[in-house]
Design a protein around this ligand. Structure first.
Ligand SMILES: C[S@@+](CC[C@H](N)C(=O)[O-])C[C@H]1O[C@@H](n2cnc3c(N)ncnc32)[C@H](O)[C@@H]1O
Length: 180
């Protein structure tokens, strides 16, 4: 497996999954994207909260993860592609703008050019007032790529927030929310 792409030693916990979706009005959202769902831990928390007309699209690049996701969620259509192509993927699925992006990408493993490409792509699909929710590992804040990402984020959002560390997740993590 490409560990730089996956960027995790274990799937996220239900504690982190609960914090990722806390406060999101998924019930009334028109469209929701999930970036890098992996085996589908956040998906478990997202699916029961979606409205009946909400379009939900998970986008996963890694072949092994695609297989694991399909096993866990055989009835959920998954896009096997890079989130760098989010605009085209939305166009192909008749989605103009999305209310939320729930993101499990390992930002601190990404080179800056990729971080920027993905964030530029976010601004092309996320509606004004829409929110990107993502997480970082506590240890990642010490890594150069983690620091770079923290500096980049405010360029793309009008407001940002960060939760306290969720110690029950292994490794400990925090959630970041950016609203356009
Ligand atoms: C840290 S794992 C998170 C998985 C799951 N959301 C969780 O929290 O347990 C990151 C996921 O992002 C996927 N990923 C990495 N780069 C990607 C890209 N450019 N487009 C889509 N998925 C990507 C990886 O394959 C991996 O499944």
């Amino acid at each position: 497996m490409n560990t730089g792409m996956v960027g995790a030693i274990a799937p996220s916990s239900r504690y982190l999954a609960a914090e990722m979706i806390r406060g999101l009005d998924l019930q009334h959202a028109k469209a929701v994207l999930e970036y890098g769902p992996g085996s589908g831990v956040f998906t478990d928390a997202i699916l029961p909260r979606l409205g009946k007309d909400t379009k939900y699209l998970p986008i996963e690049l890694n072949e092994e993860m695609v297989a694991a996701f399909k096993k866990r969620h055989p009835n959920v259509p998954l896009v096997h592609d890079s989130v760098e192509n989010a605009r085209k993927i939305c166009d192909d699925h008749g989605i103009d703008q999305v209310d939320y992006i729930i993101c499990g990408l390992p930002w601190a493993s990404f080179p800056e050019a990729l971080q920027v490409r993905i964030l530029e792509g976010v601004t092309k699909v996320l509606k004004p007032g829409g929110t990107l929710v993502t997480f970082g590992y506590h240890v990642g804040t010490l890594m150069p790529a983690g620091k770079r990402f923290a500096r980049l984020l405010p360029r793309y959002f009008s407001s940002m927030s960060r939760t306290p560390v969720i110690w029950r997740n292994i490794p400990p993590a925090f959630v970041l929310r950016g609203t356009r």
